[in-house]
Design a protein around this ligand. Structure first.
Ligand code: ASP
Length: 469
């Protein structure tokens, strides 16, 4: 039976069997020391020259070889203890060794934090890069945060629902990734920029409390620390006020910090609520960094920014657009009031829209939604959509809202950024198992890639650009 490094301390005087990687080999006179690494840590294995055959086998071992070892657990002599590793007071005196897999020399060091290595090389060999303890810890912490969220929200009677990935365009303000449809030539699915419309439809369906750890896809030009696909904690609630939604988010995030990051200090509770106007006037930003000491990695300054403007002018497209998205409820009495106020001063209309901010980063955003079909229709029209387009793009939602729709609202939080901040990482790629480059390439799989001409034919697609090889 396999014993893990973390359990060596309970096995003194017993024979154990270990599986793992050779972290390092040191030859001290006649003794050979191997640091064996498994997912729980490191164990020192000693090969003595008494067993000649075994000893010469051990002489051949190299870093990153995968081995199986049997031996006796012994206390190390007092001066030889290593307090840095969990099994540091013990070592295993080997009596059997099997090499399960040899390994080429890794293209870069694995024992450093890796940030000094060319990132493209790290991405190409991500499966090796992920062996470093820093990245292992990031992925484990990420999994713990997600599990905590699931438990917390399930406890509060939220139901986790998976929504489709092959879907139709939803207006979150970015370009869609399109997927051609084989069975209906010339038609395309769009990958969801967020589950926005589905989660609203789930409210019409009477679920009342929904959440999802959702993958979102946005085809945006390289801009800072973004990924074409990223993960959101997406949630939606029926019959809840803005304040109730913000309170729930605050309770959840404070609980995550208390349970999983006890070394961190939240600057202010309840989390400050600033209006968009206040934030801009006082801090010149709608995502102000409210930390008292910006050099302190353990300080967390959460805040909510509320009362965003509903509309903004898009100079390029010469039209008014929703600041958040068109499903956001403007702070108006009804359709008539909206139109009258729009005529007077469009940019003065506020919305029940909020952003969630941490240490100067936007880590979430959401809104109370329009649930009156005629008001939603008016917002679509203000944004420049013709009635026919509205029917084509949003007919399903307008129709659904005719069958008894509860007032509802929600929020979505970016998990990659949140975890990167908590792990004191310089960018979100460090907390994503297989991130892409800034221009959207997966260097490990070499995606995007050309496809077989027969696949194109099946999809009724022709590549017309002669510049494409
Ligand atoms: N779907 C929105 C977003 O991704 C969030 C929301 O309004 O709930 O920004």
């Amino acid at each position: 039976m396999r014993t893990l490094s973390q359990d060596i301390k309970k096995q003194e005087g017993k024979e154990v069997e270990l599986f793992g990687w050779v972290n390092s080999r040191r030859d001290h006179g006649k003794l050979i020391f191997i640091d064996l690494r498994d997912r729980t840590g490191i164990t020192q294995i000693v090969f003595s020259p008494i067993n000649k055959e075994l000893h010469s086998q051990a002489e051949k071992l190299h870093s990153e070889w995968v081995i199986r070892v049997r031996g006796m657990v012994k206390k190390r002599p007092p001066r030889m203890e290593n307090p840095k590793i969990t099994s540091g007071r013990y070592e295993v005196s080997a009596n059997f060794l099997e090499v399960l897999a040899e390994a080429k020399n890794p293209p870069f060091a694995l024992e450093t934090n890796g940030l000094e290595i060319n990132e493209e090389l790290r991405m190409k060999y991500r499966y090796l890069d992920l062996r470093r303890p820093r990245l292992q810890k990031n992925l484990r912490t990420r999994a713990k945060v997600i599990k905590f969220i699931r438990d917390f929200l399930s406890e509060k009677e939220f139901i986790e629902v998976e929504t489709p990935i092959l879907s139709k365009s939803t207006p979150e303000g970015a370009r869609d990734y399109l997927v051609p449809c084989r069975l209906e030539p010339g038609k395309f699915y769009a990958l969801p920029q967020s589950p926005q419309q589905y989660k609203q439809l789930l409210m019409v369906a009477g679920l009342e409390h929904y959440f999802q750890i959702a993958r979102c896809f946005r085809d945006e030009d390289t801009r800072g620390d973004r990924q074409p696909e990223f993960t959101q904690l997406d949630l939606e609630m029926s019959f809840a006020s803005q304040e109730e939604i913000l309170n729930l988010v605050e309770e959840l995030y404070a609980a995550i910090i208390k349970k999983l990051f006890p070394e961190k200090k939240i600057s202010k509770k309840p989390f400050p609520r600033l209006t968009y106007k206040e934030a801009r006037e006082k801090y010149g930003s709608d995502k102000p960094d409210l930390r008292q000491n910006k050099n302190d990695p353990d300080e967390l300054a959460f805040a909510f920014i509320v009362d965003f403007p509903m509309f903004e002018w898009k100079e390029q497209e010469k039209r008014w657009d929703a600041v958040h998205h068109p499903f956001t409820l403007p702070q108006v009495k009804d359709k008539k009031d909206l139109l009258a106020r729009f005529k007077k001063n469009p940019s003065a209309i506020l919305a029940y829209q909020y952003d969630f901010v941490l240490n100067g980063y936007e880590i979430g955003g959401g809104s109370i939604r329009i649930y009156k079909p005629e008001l939603l229709q008016a917002v679509f029209e203000i944004m420049g959509n013709k009635p026919k387009e509205i029917k084509e793009k949003f007919g399903h939602l307008l129709e659904a809202f005719k069958y008894g729709v509860p007032p509802h609202g929600g929020i979505a939080g970016g998990l990659d950024r949140f975890i990167a901040i908590l792990q004191n990482e310089p960018n979100i790629r460090e907390v994503i198992a297989f991130p892409k480059t800034g221009d959207g390439r997966d260097l490990l799989m070499e995606a995007p890639a050309q496809v077989n001409p027969s696949q194109l034919k099946e999809l009724h697609l022709k590549i017309s650009d002669h510049k494409i090889k």
